[in-house]
Design a protein around this ligand. Structure first.
Ligand code: ATP
Length: 181
């Protein structure tokens, strides 16, 4: 059983990292891959380049060594659709059960995703709790019991702009990286 956690990670933070670690244990996954997108389909321009976001993911997995990185979407450079990545992953791992992990805010918008009804043909969707999201019920989806982590990349970007401390929001190695950009 393997898991894929997609996102823009602009930048990656403890909300992603703590949840990824919890869900890996909760589902007893052999591997959990953070899968950064190149050009996000549902967001306007990102703050950090693909290389910078990947640099920060690499720093993160030095600390969270139970996590891995899958670069297929970032390598493609063009907009990435989850359905296409999951189809590819499913072909590569015909005998593995595949999970796709997302926050509840992403799940709230899933009907805007390309071929969203087919996602569950290739992976079991796992939804992490997030503040402000609607409480939905869906029998095809696994709702994680992971504790709520109230951190977002938006909050971190605002703090960078306001020159406020980022301590406790993301790993110190990434804070150091951001200070030297
Ligand atoms: P932004 O604030 O820029 O929208 P974000 O913090 O939501 O970014 P993304 O990289 O867009 O981060 O998130 C990737 C995935 O991780 C999404 O499915 C999102 O819902 C989920 N996620 C992000 N932060 C959290 C969190 N604190 N708890 C649970 N899920 C999260």
């Amino acid at each position: 059983m393997i898991g894929f956690f997609g996102g823009s990670f602009d930048p990656i933070h403890f909300g992603h990292l703590k949840n990824a670690t919890t869900i890996k244990k909760e589902l007893n996954l052999s591997e959990l891959f953070l899968m950064p997108c190149a050009t996000p389909v549902h967001k306007s321009k990102l703050r950090f380049s693909a290389k910078q976001r990947l640099d920060m993911l690499r720093l993160a997995v030095q600390e969270f060594s139970e996590l891995s990185i899958d670069t297929r979407e970032i390598d493609k450079q063009s907009p990435s659709y989850t359905i296409d990545s999951l189809k590819q992953i499913h072909t590569e791992h015909p005998n593995d059960k595949i999970f796709f992990i997302m926050g509840a805010d992403s799940f709230d918008n899933i009907t805007s995703w390309k071929k969203y009804q087919q996602l569950s043909d290739y992976a079991t969707l796992v939804v992490l709790p997030r503040i402000g999201s609607k409480q939905t019920n869906n029998k095809d989806v696994y709702f994680s019991k992971a504790p709520l982590v109230n951190i977002s990349s938006t909050q971190i970007r605002s703090k960078i702009d306001a020159q406020q401390s980022l301590s406790g929001l993301l790993p110190e190695s990434i804070i150091h990286y951001l200070q030297h950009l």
